[in-house]
Design a protein around this ligand. Structure first.
Ligand code: ZN
Length: 572
């Protein structure tokens, strides 16, 4: 999964020298032929103009993340973002594009490019001053989140890594509670600003003809709200009971681990402040760490991708993978120029987390590398954020796959085999837990935009956490704005659905492509690799994501594969 330091653009895009080959079927003079010529000239000129700014912007992002000439990079990043928005934010051009789209047949390369342009134009519509104000608020909030340090009971500052260390290893429940409270303090400090920002997004949404910021966020990503909420309802129903059973077992284990009664555990007993990762339902954590302890994560990902017939070496050669002072703490993949300059930034250490991270980012990277270089520039990017996330998530899951562990990490088969069932159960619990956490986030975000000034958002937050995650409401938190401690709500608006949709698609790709390849796993599965390249990577954004999923897997995006894989059940 990506973090907040890792927004959608990072896995976006490519560029190239062949955009001039944009399809131009010149028929007879006048009529559709003229429209095509005019539209094709417009698309070509626009792509040419955007391309330069996008390259400058992505180079600046890379420099910012690697700590090179940060001040200049920040200036260039902002200037190029504004220049791109300016190119797309011209109402008279948006009207012309809509006109051409009505004239041109759906399905052609030219029409598809116009659709992509129209989507960007819709994003950039509305009063320019309001959009700039939103950007300024976001930048200011980002600085406040990153600069904030919580304090423990004695007034001592606790850094992010110090809090993480407590969540990872501390057995004293009182000390865990102190760290958790410190991690929530930023909420009260920023809540008012986040509410104001949500109000500004609502204003922009209404200017663009949307109900509110939530509806706008989904519309800009081409996600239908009714469909999404229906899908989440089904996920909720079908994961409720399996989650309840496993959560009860987990509580028992945690009570043993911390030496307290179950009703004394508190929300701070989890592996992180929001209870979004598994604190270990099964005893596999130590074994996984020991198997992966001696392995270089970059080498693992490279060899694994070799087995799929995908070459990650050119990416590795230009990547920045070692931890270093002054560089971004996150991991991400970026395609700088849409013509093959794909890089990964990471902070690799030995162990499970970074092995999974490199497999995940390696997935984004090969998607970008294997885009058809003959596609017009505007279509030379993944079909959708959720599709590239699905690929990355499927690959990331391998870090817990018994066959991967033996074959690529060199773990002794006689140690892995007896733990295979427990590994599967642990991974299934992680998926259920994550799905339930996404339900909290999406429902809360919807409530936030419905009324950013609502007096009961703090209560709504814990009501949703209680309902979907089955966690107790912590004592003495009345009126505390803990929800605002979750940085995504401020800085990655309406992004969370992509995480769950990506996991659903990962399971669907797995079910269909493994079956077709005739193998049980992805390890050394050249046939599955070929299918991924041909059906998912090469087409880029040539098709709307819904069509791409149908053509790649034979059906629309469907939760059934995910539910079967991890919840062991499917409703009729
Ligand atoms: Zn990702």
């Amino acid at each position: 999964m990506v973090g907040v330091g890792n927004p959608p653009w990072l896995t976006g895009a490519v560029r190239g020298d062949t955009s001039r080959t944009a399809e131009r079927e010149v028929r007879e003079p006048g009529g559709v032929g003229m429209v095509e010529q005019e539209a094709a000239r417009y698309v070509e000129a626009l792509a040419e103009a955007v391309r330069g700014h996008e390259l400058a912007q992505r180079r600046a992002w890379w420099d910012l993340a690697t700590g090179e000439g940060v001040e200049e990079a920040a200036r260039v990043a902002e200037a190029s973002a504004l220049a791109i928005d300016d190119l797309y934010g011209r109402p008279e051009e948006a009207a012309r594009v809509r006109g051409w789209m009505e004239e041109l047949e759906a399905g052609s390369l030219l029409r598809r490019q116009l659709e992509r342009v129209a989507r960007e134009q819709a994003r950039c519509a509305g009063p320019g001053e309001l959009r700039r104000e939103i950007v300024r608020e976001e930048v200011a909030l980002q600085a406040r989140y990153h600069g904030f340090r919580g304090r423990d009971g004695s007034g001592e500052e606790l850094s992010g890594p110090a809090i993480e260390a407590v969540f990872e290893g501390e057995r004293d429940v009182a000390r865990r509670r102190e760290a958790w409270e410190a991690s929530m303090q930023v909420g009260d400090a920023v809540a008012e600003a986040v509410r104001r920002l949500a109000g500004l997004r609502n204003e922009l949404a209404r200017a663009q003809g949307h109900r509110d910021g939530f509806a706008m966020g989904l519309a800009h990503q081409g996600l239908d709200e009714g469909w999404l909420m229906g899908l989440l309802g089904r996920i909720e129903r079908d994961t409720r009971e399996p989650y309840r059973v496993r959560k009860a077992r987990l509580d028992g284990r945690l009570a043993d681990r911390f030496g307290v009664a179950e009703d004394e555990l508190g929300v701070w007993a989890g592996a992180d402040p929001f209870f979004q990762r598994s604190p270990g339902l099964e005893d596999v954590g130590e074994a996984l760490e020991s198997w992966l302890a001696g392995r270089d994560p970059a080498d693992l990902a490279t060899r694994f991708l070799d087995g799929l017939g995908m070459n990650l070496r050119p990416v590795m050669a230009s990547s920045d993978l070692e931890p270093r002072a002054g560089k971004s703490q996150h991991a991400f993949c970026v395609h700088l120029d849409r013509s093959g300059d794909v890089r990964i930034l990471s902070n690799n250490r030995r162990g499970r987390t970074w092995a999974m991270t490199m497999l995940h980012e390696g997935g984004h990277a090969v998607y970008e590398r294997y885009l058809d270089p003959g596609l017009p520039w505007l279509l030379r990017e993944p079909a959708h954020t959720l599709v590239t996330e699905a690929v990355a998530m499927w690959l990331g899951r391998q870090a817990m796959d018994p066959e991967f562990l033996v074959e690529f990490a060199g773990a002794p088969a006689d140690e892995v085999t007896p733990l295979a069932a427990a590994l599967r159960r642990e991974q299934a619990f992680e998926m259920l837990l994550f799905a339930r956490w996404v339900l909290v986030m999406v429902h809360f975000e919807r409530a936030l935009y419905a009324d950013p000034q609502a007096g009961d958002l703090a209560e709504t937050w814990y009501a949703l956490k209680q309902r979907y995650q089955l966690v107790e409401v912590p004592p003495d938190r009345a009126g505390r704005e803990d929800w605002a401690a979750k940085i995504h709500l401020a800085l990655a608006p309406v992004y969370y659905p992509n995480y769950l949709l990506g996991e659903l698609l990962a399971s669907q790709l797995r079910a269909v492509l493994l079956e077709e390849s005739g193998e049980r796993t992805l390890s050394d599965n050249l046939a599955a690799g070929e299918l991924l390249i041909a059906r998912v990577f090469r087409p880029g954004a040539r098709l709307p994501w819904e069509r791409l999923v149908e053509e790649a897997t034979g059906e629309a995006l469907e939760p059934r594969h995910f539910l079967r894989e991890f919840a062991g059940r499917v409703s009729p």
